[in-house]
Design a protein around this ligand. Structure first.
Ligand SMILES: [Zn+2]
Length: 169
């Protein structure tokens, strides 16, 4: 998957693989770890590999993340935003103001037409749709979504079968 700073930041809220959502930036240690992992994405000269975060930085980063996710949700509309976001979206104009104040975040505008919210059950990720009919952020999400679709179809088929069987009785 293509890595871009704003996407990486938005993706720090993610599906935990077990029906829940994890936040990689919930703690100062988590922020330090995440920043160090992003060193290759940041402009040369920013020694992210040596940063140690504090609570103030954590709060500022998670605020930027709220703004990024709010704008992502707006960009993917009229498709629905990731469901984990619905209760924490900030108004888009406020999000823009917030982001304009943060020069370190790359502009998402040039690729906005390719941004999508993953439609797999319980997934909360955004991704850049790089080819064709891609609907999911990663293959395992595609497998989960197809399994859920298959299960729904089978259930509907068996329901309509038993309904028509009821009529003939
Ligand atoms: Zn996904």
């Amino acid at each position: 998957m293509e890595r871009r700073p704003a996407l990486e930041l938005a993706s720090t809220i993610r599906h935990d693989g077990d029906g829940g959502v994890v936040d990689d930036l919930a703690t100062v240690q988590g922020v330090t770890r995440w920043l160090r992992q992003q060193e290759d994405l940041l402009p040369a000269g920013i020694p992210a590999g040596e940063y140690t975060a504090d609570e103030d930085l954590r709060l500022r980063i998670t605020e930027v993340r709220r703004a990024v996710r709010a704008l992502f949700a707006r960009v993917v509309s009229p498709s629905p935003p990731s469901r984990a976001d619905v209760h924490r979206l900030m108004p888009a104009d406020r999000a823009l103001t917030r982001l304009n104040a943060v020069a370190a975040v790359d502009p998402v505008t040039p690729r906005r037409e390719q941004l999508r919210a993953c439609t797999a059950p319980r997934c909360v990720r955004y991704f850049v749709k790089s080819h064709g009919r891609r609907e999911w952020c990663k293959p395992s999400c595609g497998n989960r979504a197809r399994a859920a679709r298959h299960y729904r179809r089978r259930r509907q088929a068996s329901e309509s079968a038993s309904a028509s069987a009821g009529k003939t009785c």
